[in-house]
Design a protein around this ligand. Structure first.
Ligand code: SF4
Length: 99
């Protein structure tokens, strides 16, 4: 994750401050989630989230990660217990075409 010239620059102030702290810690600590695709997967089920919770529970970045998630409300991904599905348009039912 980097913060230069990206959507990170458009975050509200509190979220940007929380992200800055997280980014600073990330520059010194490599989190266990790095490289695990499940952390960025859509449609996690309860078993998946249990597995991710176990990883996050012992992560030294848990506090700044959770703070950023609560302030920045990232649109996707699993962040220290915070999970929000990516938006996917609903498929139209055949019955929607009738009329
Ligand atoms: S707490 Fe955040 S940084 Fe740590 S493993 Fe979980 S998602 Fe990754």
């Amino acid at each position: 994750m980097t913060s230069e010239g990206s959507d990170w620059d458009r975050l509200p102030k509190r979220a940007a401050a929380a992200y800055e702290k997280l980014d600073d810690r990330l520059s010194r600590v490599r989190p266990e989630c790095e490289g695990i695709d499940l952390f960025t997967a859509d449609d996690l089920d309860a078993d998946d989230m249990f597995v991710l919770d176990q990883i996050c529970a012992v992560c030294p970045l848990r506090a700044p990660c959770r703070k950023y998630a609560s302030e920045g409300k990232p649109a996707a991904g699993y962040w220290a217990g915070y999970y929000r599905r990516s938006y996917k348009p609903r498929k139209r039912k055949d019955s929607d075409d009738a009329a």
